[in-house]
Design a binder for this molecule. Structure first.
Ligand code: FDA
Length: 307
């Protein structure tokens, strides 16, 4: 029951100001956010890749209000890519982007987001890596998929995310699996109405398995974005059944969540990519992590009270 309340708070400016200013917030935020700037995050990249993990890097931010912020977001990714270049990691460090941060919700936002994301995809390709477009709330997805298709004309490795909780996703998965795309499948992290999304956890899990089967049986590269042990085991089984080798799909988990499981799967020969978020505009990202697990919220509140 707490999840939807926290997700509603994640869109409230008042809550954003209150929570961001609380002095104890930082220690809880640090569990999920790898640092404030690129200087903080490069050592994290070295550490995780040194342990055999791969990364997808997210400069946090979303819901911007003017084109200058969208251009600044683009430049933050370009700076990151520039700093990754000497590490020569290729696809071991890719980027994840939220198109809302590139201006998608502003006037003329679809074209603005495409114009801002293209140089990031180009720069990523120059250092031998790629970009995945995150999935945000359902109203943004037609635009996201159109931008994905456009980028794939020149950069076929560009990936996208689909969310099992949405009714539309089974059809999206069939299309993407048939055209050979890289696709990250997640349960879904936004507050969506019953008219477009399953509300029941069990229904969402069942949809996840149906979509996963489509991806595993298809022509593309499935990326299993989940910490759920049952779904991870099912993915391994479906991968075997589809005749895929362990490096013909990958697992993805968030920085700060189930670190031991990430290493265990790596040791078993699976590719594991850690979604590593950093930056100062962490509020929306952080609140979604609280909503996913009420125990995180209890820890957060306790640390506020005991300080
Ligand atoms: P579930 O929530 O059932 O969690 C399974 C177990 O994992 C829990 O019991 C707990 O042990 C652990 N766990 C999960 N979340 C935790 C948390 N926040 N804190 C502590 N422990 C936690 N969503 C979206 O809408 N668009 C997107 O683009 C993305 N991108 C994305 C990338 C990657 C790599 C991942 C892993 C996830 C996303 N998500 C996302 C988020 C996703 O939709 C979903 O909200 C979370 O992954 C939680 O769902 P699980 O599948 O992990 O299962």
């Amino acid at each position: 029951m707490l999840g939807p309340v926290i997700l509603a708070a994640s869109r409230s400016d008042r809550m954003r100001r209150l929570i961001s200013a609380a002095p104890v917030t930082k220690q809880v935020v640090d569990r999920f956010i790898a640092g404030e700037d690129v200087d903080d995050v490069v050592p994290v990249v070295r550490k995780l890749t040194g342990r055999g993990l791969e990364l997808t890097m997210d400069v946090v931010g979303e819901d911007i209000t003017n084109p200058a912020q969208a251009a600044a977001a683009r430049d933050a990714y370009l700076e990151l890519i520039d700093r990754l270049k000497p590490l020569e990691l290729g696809t071991r460090a890719e980027m994840s982007v939220k198109l809302s941060m590139f201006g998608q919700a502003l006037d003329g936002g679809h074209d603005m987001a495409l114009a801002n994301v293209r140089p990031v995809v180009e720069a990523a390709a120059e250092i031998g890596t790629t970009v995945t477009l995150d999935a945000e709330d359902h109203t943004t997805l037609d635009s996201m998929f159109a931008i994905h298709e456009e980028l794939r004309k020149d950069f076929p490795q560009t990936g996208c995310v689909i969310q099992a909780y949405l009714f539309r996703t089974e059809a999206d998965a069939r299309r993407l699996a048939a055209n050979g795309s890289r696709v990250r499948l997640v349960k879904g992290a936004y507050k969506e109405p019953a008219s477009v999304a399953y509300q029941d956890k069990h229904e969402i899990d069942k949809a996840y398995v149906r979509v996963l089967r489509t991806l595993m049986d298809g022509e593309g590269y499935p990326m299993i974005g989940s910490h759920d042990p049952r779904l991870i085991a099912i993915a391994q089984e479906l991968g075997r059944h589809a005749g895929r080798k362990p490096d013909e799909y990958e697992f993805q988990m968030l920085y700060g969540i189930r670190g031991e499981e990430q290493l265990r799967l790596t040791a078993e020969g699976y590719r594991v990519r850690v979604y590593t978020a950093y930056g100062t505009d962490w509020y929306g990202y952080f609140m979604r992590r609280l909503a996913e697990k009420p125990a995180n919220l209890r820890f957060f509140v306790r640390s506020m009270i005991t300080k």
